[in-house]
Ligand binder design. Structure first.
Ligand code: G6Q
Length: 548
């Protein structure tokens, strides 16, 4: 296991970086009219144009050399073969098995996991059929009108994002809601307009011990029982997605209505498992399986294409180029589609929880940067907010622009404006505006010489801001599956280069422990433990002024 900084490709990249760091993409495009053809490719529904990056072919070749030197191909093969690459938890990493539509056997500890995967998909199909057709009846005999997913983190962000993205494929008479926050505002606002008789809860928790989810599940149960008054109602209004049968039973959920998944599915990679149940309820099982098929096709691309023609590999390596050479601290995700509203939040977890690590697989502390801060908003909203900083601020912010050529609606005029903005922004970020151009523009607009000299610098845009453009024809379940798999594998590539474990999350575990320790001090309004003076002071402030 090699640290990237000890490879010869890294040294080559460093000296190459010194040569290319000041090159302007405006000049690179002028010098090479074929740049778009060279730096763009398509696989399945995903078209990637990465020509607006601060690269030459030499850059890419050295990055591919780096991938070869750190043995990326072996690492990919290990994941697909079910090896326990999540070494700190001694687990396989097999979200790819959940969407393995080829059904070829994938083994964990000598056992093929595919029969179990298929059995849960069948169970999901049956359940979704019942709920969507009205055959699933609540305690008073009424069909379900509202499904509420109670989960957090990986048990919320993925299904929430996809359900929202595919809303156009869902029937209008079945509403799917998501409650994640332990702040009671979240569940109260959601439940205030629902009827217990027609509401079905999915308690989605791998561990079934997560504080927030269990608090929301208890509150939901009380709300239900207040109206329906009979414990037996619980089994008709609650189902669970979990790995913990014992806890599910304890809560009062019939294990018949529990959807299993396995410890080799990481929370943030779990939307393809039964954690995707709210998606399947919303859009139907056939479409859920189309989502899986799109992801599976991208898995096949990732594991078999040469690095030079491999979309996730290219995107992962470009991210290394900016994080470790240009020292970019953040990366923006900018979907030009309102349906992808939650994609930035989803990828925030995907990338930052996977690769926000500082310890190598060998247990050493890294001396290079790992995951950047991921952030973003759908276009065009972001343009009226933070794009100012991207155009004229002092930081380098690589960004991914994502759009669909054809909309799901028929408002042509809106879509043309949306795409015009998509194209114009990536062009402007790359080209910028020189002093001469700004000067000419202002004088054409009738500004006096003195005004021009006062305002000139404010109207200059340095440009040279890198972006990827990701285009798909249309937002379909299949295409979305492929797009999400691109990002999952891009994250894999980054983690492989940084030589870290992308599949544990000790930082999340810490948060879970800490809040449990301090809760009794709030409940009983006294201090049981020694804290630093700030924490003690804050605790004291809350305990002496709280009215609840
Ligand atoms: C994801 C993380 C984390 C997890 C949540 C919920 O990779 O592990 O976001 O999904 O903490 O955990 P449970 O599903 O166990 O409730």
């Amino acid at each position: 296991m090699q640290e990237p900084t000890n490879t010869s490709a890294w040294q080559v990249l460093w000296s190459h970086y010194q040569e290319i760091k000041h090159a302007h993409m405006r000049d690179l495009f002028r010098e090479d009219p074929g740049r778009f053809e060279v730096f763009s490719l398509q696989n399945g529904p995903v078209f990637l144009d990465y020509s607006k990056n601060r690269i030459s072919w030499e850059t890419m070749e050295s990055l591919f050399d780096l991938a070869r030197e750190i043995k990326l191909q072996d690492k990919i093969r290990s994941m697909f073969a079910g090896e326990k690459i999540n070494t700190t938890e001694d687990r396989s990493v097999l979200h790819i098995a959940l969407r393995n539509r080829s059904n070829r056997p994938i083994y964990v500890d000598g056992e093929d996991v595919m029969p179990e995967v298929n059995a849960v998909l069948e169970q999901m199909r049956e359940f979704c059929g019942k709920v969507r057709s009205g055959r699933w009846k609540g305690y008073t005999g009424k069909p379900v009108t509202d499904v509420v997913n109670l989960g957090i983190g990986g048990s919320d962000l993925g299904p929430r994002m996809v359900t929202r993205a595919l809303e156009d494929y869902a029937p209008p008479d079945l509403n799917v809601h998501f409650v994640s926050n332990v702040d009671a505002v979240d569940i109260s606002r959601t439940l205030q307009n629902l009827s217990p008789e027609t509401t079905l809860f999915i308690v989605a928790s791998k561990s079934f011990t997560t504080q927030e989810t269990m608090a929301n599940a208890r509150t939901a149960k009380q709300w239900l029982l207040k109206e329906l008054g009979d414990e037996r109602a619980v089994s008709e209004h609650f189902v669970a997605v979990s790995t913990n049968t014992e806890k599910v039973r304890e809560f009062g959920i019939d294990p018949e209505n529990m959807f299993r998944f396995w410890d080799w599915v990481g929370g943030r990679y779990s939307l393809w498992s039964a954690i995707g149940l709210p998606i399947a309820v919303a859009v139907g099982m056939d479409r859920f399986e189309e989502l899986l098929s799109g992801a599976h096709a991208m898995d096949e691309h990732f594991r078999s294409a040469d690095f030079e023609n491999n979309i996730p590999v290219i995107m992962g390596l470009l991210s290394i180029w900016y994080v470790n050479f240009f020292q970019a601290g953040t990366q923006a995700i900018l979907p030009y589609d309102q349906n992808l509203q939650y994609l930035p939040a989803y990828l925030q977890q995907g990338e930052m929880e996977s690769n926000g690590k500082r310890t190598t697989l060998a247990g050493d502390v890294v001396d290079y940067h790992t995951a950047p801060v991921i952030w973003g908003e759908p276009g065009t909203n972001g343009q009226h907010a933070f794009f100012q900083l991207m155009h004229q601020g002092t930081r380098l912010i690589p960004s991914d622009f994502i759009a669909f050529v054809n909309p799901l609606h028929s408002q042509q005029e809106h879509h043309e404006m949306l795409l015009a903005n998509f194209l114009a922004q990536t062009e402007a970020l790359m080209l910028g505006k020189t002093e001469e151009e700004a000067d000419r523009e202002m004088s054409e607009n009738g500004k006096s010489r003195s005004e021009i000299s006062r305002l000139l610098q404010h109207n200059v845009f340095p440009g040279n801001n890198p972006s990827n453009s990701v285009l798909l024809q249309k937002l379909t379940p299949y295409n979305l599956g492929a797009l999400l798999a691109v990002y999952e594998h891009k994250i894999f590539v980054q983690g492989a280069v940084w030589n870290i474990n992308s599949f544990d999350q000790w930082g999340v575990e810490l948060g879970k422990q800490l809040a449990k320790r301090i809760l009794p001090e709030l409940r009983e309004k006294k201090r049981f433990e020694d804290h630093d003076s700030s924490t003690s002071g804050l605790l004291e402030f809350i305990n002496t002024t709280a009215k609840l």
